[in-house]
Design a protein around this ligand. Structure first.
Ligand code: NAP
Length: 313
């Protein structure tokens, strides 16, 4: 290697479904510091890329691959992540980082004891407006926050049975993205005080959820998550402060302050995640923030359960 060349970080991608194809593969391909060295896929992976049917097979065959990125559903991620960490590999987790809080904390501890990086990603925190929103709210008295995260599950998750199964989170699968932004931009923590969860009578996970949180100095946060929205989709966060209001819309991609659109620059959520993963590895650090998952767990702990009509794809 010459002085001007830098080492390529070889990555194995596991779970080649919608998000791997839509975001991870293009983000890795666009980053000159990264290489897609192999996949772990039950269904065959990607044409032209070496594939292994299981994580164990990959780890045995390719000791040279330093990092794995896991895109399978949360219910089956723990074993794969733990195996990769035990084999001394750096691991990046899609959101939500696990099916339970404790398994994620166990992975964090395992990564620390192995001396490798664990990155529990929250892609929505990389949305273009989030960093500016956080700066705006710093040091301000926030009176009220309102979250509306409403989308059409048939459009975004067609045929994804795992999302309706225990550990799949139901409407919290998108809703946790809003909570990942909330926990990033608020200067002080909030906690769930009430939740109403609406379950289709034939499904194990909710199709809608209304949450209420309390914070410092009387702050109230209200959130409505709903998967039954057809037509225009809504991913908005409104915060009212003592000196003006802020609206993040389009999942954090657009920001307005007192009704005026702000210039925000972003280079894409997933390119940002992979840059951060490489940076954490280079610095010998991990980033495992379970705050959004804790709020979801608290919503399930406190939530009143309502039943609604059956849901069929
Ligand atoms: P998906 O389309 O259902 O893909 C998941 C893939 O994981 C499957 O194609 C399969 O790939 C593998 N897999 C391994 N064990 C599985 C099992 N027991 N059941 C189902 N699949 C299994 O799901 P996705 O939308 O990509 O979501 C995966 C993760 O990314 C979730 O945590 C989700 O929250 C997150 N995410 C999704 C989106 C989105 O827009 N869809 C956006 C951001 C984040 P192989 O056949 O290759 O093994």
């Amino acid at each position: 290697m010459t002085a001007t060349e830098t080492a390529i970080l070889d990555i194995a991608l596991a779970g080649i479904g919608k998000i791997a194809r839509d975001q991870h593969i293009p983000a890795i391909a666009a980053d000159p510091g990264l290489g897609l060295a192999a996949t772990v896929s039950r269904s065959g992976g990607i044409e032209g890329v070496e594939n292994h049917a299981t994580m164990e097979a990959l780890l045995a065959a390719r000791p040279d691959i330093a990092a794995v990125s896991l895109c399978m559903p949360p219910q089956v991620r723990f074993e794969a992540a733990a195996a990769a960490l035990r084999a001394g590999r750096h691991v990046m987790l899609e959101k939500p980082p696990g099916a339970t809080v404790t398994e994620v904390l166990r992975l964090r501890d395992l990564a620390a004891s192995q001396g490798v990086t664990l990155f529990a990603t929250w892609h929505s925190r990389q949305a273009a407006g989030v960093a500016t929103a956080k700066s705006f709210l710093a040091g301000k008295a926030i009176r009220r926050v309102r979250i509306d995260w409403k989308e059409d599950v048939r459009h975004w998750h067609p045929g994804q049975d795992w999302i309706w199964e225990p550990g799949g989170l139901g409407v919290f699968d998108p809703g946790i993205n809003a909570l990942s932004i909330l926990t990033e931009i608020l200067p002080a923590p909030v906690h769930v005080t009430a939740a109403e969860l609406t379950f289709p009578e034939n499904r194990a996970q909710p199709i809608a959820a209304d949450l209420r949180f309390a914070g410092a100095d009387g702050l109230v946060v209200e959130a409505e998550f709903d998967w039954r929205q057809t037509g225009p989709q809504t991913w908005d966060i409104l915060a009212e402060t003592d000196v003006g209001s802020l609206r993040l819309s389009d999942g954090g991609a657009r920001l307005a302050i007192d009704g005026t659109a702000q210039e925000v620059a972003g280079s894409g959520e997933y390119p940002g995640l992979y840059r951060r993963f490489a940076g954490l590895i280079a610095a010998g650090q991990s980033d495992v923030d379970v705050a959004p998952l804790l709020h979801v767990a608290d919503a399930f702990l406190t939530g009143r359960r309502n039943l609604t009509e059956p849901f069929h794809d």
